[in-house]
Design a protein around this ligand. Sequence first.
Ligand code: GLU
Length: 326
Amino acid sequence: MHKFAATACAVAVMGGMALSGSPAVAQSDTFVSIGTGGVTGVYYPTGGAIQRLVNRGRGEHGIRVAVESTGGSVFNLNAIRQGELDMGVAQSDQQYNAFNGVGPFEEQGPFEELRAVFSLHGEPFTVVARADSGIETFEDLPGHRVNIGNPGSGQRATMERLMELYGWTEDDFSQVSELQSSEQSQALCDNNVDAIVFTVGHPNGSIQEATTTCEAVLVPVAGELIDGLVEENPYYAYTVIPGGMYENNPEDVRTFGPKATLVTSADLGNEVVYTVVSAVFDNLDDFRRLHPAFSTLNPEEMVRDGLSAPLHDGAAEYFREHDLID
Ligand code: GLU
């Protein structure tokens, strides 16, 4: 047990490189690092769920997953490109942007080796405001103190896209902050900001914290500009955060969002990816029970929706064998 904790820590420090030379690790173990997000989001427990299902079979396949909390989608995609992470969770819009070298990835250019593994839960673009702020819709944000997300997060990238769409700059807000997802609910309840944004599956700990600690309210993101965005981009869909899911928020709230996806690089071996995919797909009922945001996952959508990069060969092999793709 102690040995394993020390090993997991070394993996995190090494950025997920295989540690076959380390005395604490059996020679046969292959380490696979998965980059996630802040600890109160859904990416972190998503990584944990994959880790649990893969690692319980490590006696047979020798593959061991290590999960890292990170700054989010854009960070994960860049770290995979640099070989610092093996796999990562990323929003479908940012998967598209990285593969095509647009948006936050314009400078780096297209990441041609990026590979999709499968998609997961939907991630509504979620805006939460203080009840005393007077903010009732997304269009009310100008003039207020807004946390636009840490650089590297998916919500920051989506928010920047929306600001461009609405013709806003940071100067349109009375104050802009860049807090991590795990810090922003407290900032909202401490009255340091009026509104926060988070592209995230539901329910999650962060929004639960904001709605129970200080009666914060979910704000709709809808209208003609959003209609155009969703119609033009297949990686977005309309979505509703159900009324009653969070305290003090009895009504459905309309918004839109990407899907969470698992991604990697063509450099990761087919056998490793095949093993990770089988651990999840062979045990999908167990997987769905590991987080409430997974309850509606179905395999047909997971191999199809939100995947802009080509499927990794190891994933495609599993999906073909199970008649999920042609
Ligand atoms: N979608 C967020 C991001 O890309 C993370 C959401 C989560 O932590 O569940 O940074």
